[in-house]
Design a protein around this ligand. Structure first.
Ligand SMILES: Nc1ncnc2c1ncn2[C@@H]1O[C@H](COP(=O)(O)OP(=O)(O)OP(=O)(O)O)[C@@H](O)[C@H]1O
Length: 612
């Protein structure tokens, strides 16, 4: 992804389209403001030339004509009033510009965040594994904010400033060509400074943005683990870890601040020199009688006004530089096509009648390091299959492949002979229900938590799911039964109760296939027993795959399959021929490519020997 301003334009244009009228209005208001700024020095010039220091030269632009016959005091009072009115107009226009541009930019930002978030949700888990959620948060908040600064600056600065710049130069040239040449002379110098500043600020900002994303990730990780941190009394260590990231961000920010600050006075000095030059040259013209004092005052004021847009264009380049760095980061989210969209011609998945088959499957979260390699596995329809085996063998990974949260790197996952990759995701979520290892419950009512498992389940479907998953058994203990709000992390429920709610969620849509990941992990005996009862109940008439280390859960299964975690075989080794299992060639010719290789084998040993 490029980080050029074109990246920002390409990113913003589609979302900005509905807001262009409002941004256009803001630009129009700034142009009006520019005209008011142009009028600002004239009341003083008229007062000086027509009343205080009459030069008997007609005022430029015929400004003295309407004043004919007015006494000097009347001219001065009128000029004073005009000065106030012009300044009030400038202030009112400033207010209108801010409101119009900022509101349009905020609306645009909300749209961009919404689109980027929706897009991010649809990206593959590989992509999410790589980007980390806190990093995503930074991109959707701080980086989008910087893009909005650029939108406001562009709408209120670029065109209006260029118009003001040209208008001021044209009027000065009309008043005194020599002064216009002097004023114009320093504009290119400021332009060069602007480009130089932009490049430096941009690279400094890119470093600061990266450090900020890293701090957000660390903060989220540490706060997420606050219970563990406190339980082990490791607050000091967490604070040190946070401190290191914080220090890195501080250094990067300070570097960016220094780079930006270094360039501001440089511009000011050039501006001051230009102003002095105009004053000196104009002064000689006044002394020579070719320029009135009032006109010199106008030119000196215009020189100041001339430099304001140049300075703001210089600042604009800094804002654009920051936005360029942020645009690249937001574009990485919005432009990635690492999605999980259906393939063209994908068909709806039907509930399995015969079974699910993993055929010569290879998969690794990092494609260079397979977790599963050459895995063949048959899952009979209408039966319960338990996947057992040592930690890290890839049991949960098999479930993730069956859910198509990841696609296999090689081989196929077939449901009654249909490749899972050729089916629609929507139909897959209807056919397959899932109980994750660490079920995530919402801070909502128990009924809402169960209903989450299907698009719009009826209240009776929710009650049925609650009954079949043995949630009903503890409803009496809750103040409002199914309507009880669970609170953050469902703190009012025990571990076993949480699992049963998640089990009800998995079955509420009537999914004929159920994938259960360690349903009794970290439960006490009694809680595990009721969860096992609940599994027995939901398993009736369903195809169930349950990953477990628990013999009681495995005992529910019609068939137990053991996945082995193995080192690559030495070429001289003979492949294992497990009792009852098909021999597979597990040799991977790439050195160190797969430290864990999976082998499916129906288990015939006593279950007690299956635990790690
Ligand atoms: N999102 C991920 N990104 C990278 N590696 C992962 C990811 N999830 C799992 N792994 C790795 O894949 C391997 C298999 O993990 P998996 O969770 O499938 O094993 P498991 O057999 O279910 O283990 P356990 O019984 O401990 O749950 C492990 O080495 C694990 O570290």
């Amino acid at each position: 992804m490029t980080s050029t301003p074109r990246g920002a334009t390409r990113l913003l244009l589609p979302v900005a389209r509905p807001h262009l009228p409002a941004l256009g209005r803001a630009t129009g208001l700034v142009v009006l403001r520019g005209l008011a700024v142009l009028a600002r020095p004239w009341p003083l010039a008229i007062a000086v030339d027509a009343a205080l220091e009459p030069t008997h030269r007609p005022l430029p632009l015929g400004l003295d004509r309407p004043l004919g016959g007015l006494p000097p005091l009347g001219v001065v009072l009128l000029a004073a009033l005009a000065g106030v009115l012009v300044s009030v107009a400038v202030g009112a226009l400033d207010l209108a510009v801010d409101l119009t541009a900022e509101s349009a930019a905020e609306r645009l930002g909300a749209d961009l965040r919404r689109d980027a978030f929706a897009h991010a949700l649809g990206r593959s888990l590989r992509w999410h594994d790589a980007i980390r959620s806190a990093e995503l948060v930074t991109r959707l908040t701080t980086d989008v904010g910087r893009l909005l600064d650029a939108v406001v600056a562009l709408a209120t600065s670029l065109l209006p400033d260029v118009v003001l710049l040209v208008a001021v130069l044209v009027v000065i040239a009309h008043l005194d060509l020599g002064l216009a040449v002097v004023a114009l002379g320093i504009v290119p110098l400021l332009g060069v400074l602007a480009v130089e500043q932009r490049q430096r600020v941009r690279s400094a900002q890119a470093g600061a943005r990266t450090a900020s994303g890293a701090l957000a990730t660390t903060t989220q990780d540490l706060l997420h683990a606050v219970r563990t941190v406190q339980a082990f009394g490791r607050e000091d260590r967490a604070t040190r870890t946070f401190g290191r990231r914080n220090e890195t961000l501080l250094r990067a920010q300070l570097h960016a601040v220094r780079v930006e600050a270094r360039w501001l006075p440089t511009g000011e000095i050039v501006l001051a020199l230009g102003g002095a030059l105009v004053l000196a040259t104009g002064g000689t013209h006044v002394l020579a009688g070719t320029l009135s004092v009032g006109t010199l005052l106008v030119v000196v004021a215009y020189v100041r006004d001339l430099y304001a847009p140049v300075r703001s264009l210089t600042r604009l380049s800094g804002v654009l530089a920051k936005a360029g760095a942020s645009a690249a980061r937001v574009a990485e989210v919005v432009d990635t096509d690492d999605g999980v969209a259906d393939r063209p011609g994908a068909t709806d998945l039907r509930p399995p009648v015969h079974g699910i088959r993993l055929e010569d499957v290879r998969f690794g979260y990092d494609p260079g390091a397979p977790v599963l390699d050459g895995l063949d596995l048959e899952l009979e329809a209408g039966r319960v299959t338990a996947l057992v085996g040592p930690s890290g063998a890839g049991k949960s990974t098999v479930l993730q492949l069956l859910l198509r949260l990841y696609d296999v790197d090689a081989g196929r996952v077939l449901v009654d002979g249909t490749d899972l990759r050729c089916t629609t995701r929507r139909s897959l979520t209807r056919v397959v229900g899932y109980l994750p290892q660490d079920p995530w419950l919402l801070d909502a009512s128990l009924a809402d938590n169960i209903a989450y498992g299907a698009p719009a389940p009826s209240p009776s479907a929710v009650r049925d799911a609650a009954r079949v998953a043995h949630v009903e058994e503890f409803l009496d203990e809750l103040p409002d039964g199914l309507d009880t709000v669970l609170g953050q992390d469902a703190a009012r429920l025990s571990g076993g109760q949480r699992r049963r709610v998640a089990l009800a969620r998995a079955v509420v849509g009537g999914a004929p296939v159920l994938l259960l990941d360690e349903p009794t992990a970290s439960l006490d005996d009694e809680s595990a027993r009721v969860v096992v009862d609940a599994i027995r109940s939901v398993a009736r008439g369903r195809t169930v795959v349950v990953v477990t280390h628990d013999e009681r859960v495995a005992a529910v299964a019609d068939r137990v399959v053991r996945l082995e975690r193995r080192r690559p075989l030495d070429p001289t080794d003979h492949p294992d021929t497990p009792e009852g299992g098909e021999p597979h060639d597990h040799h991977d010719p790439r050195p160190g490519a797969a430290r864990t290789l999976a082998l499916a084998q129906p288990v015939t040993q006593p279950l007690a020997r299956l635990s790690d």
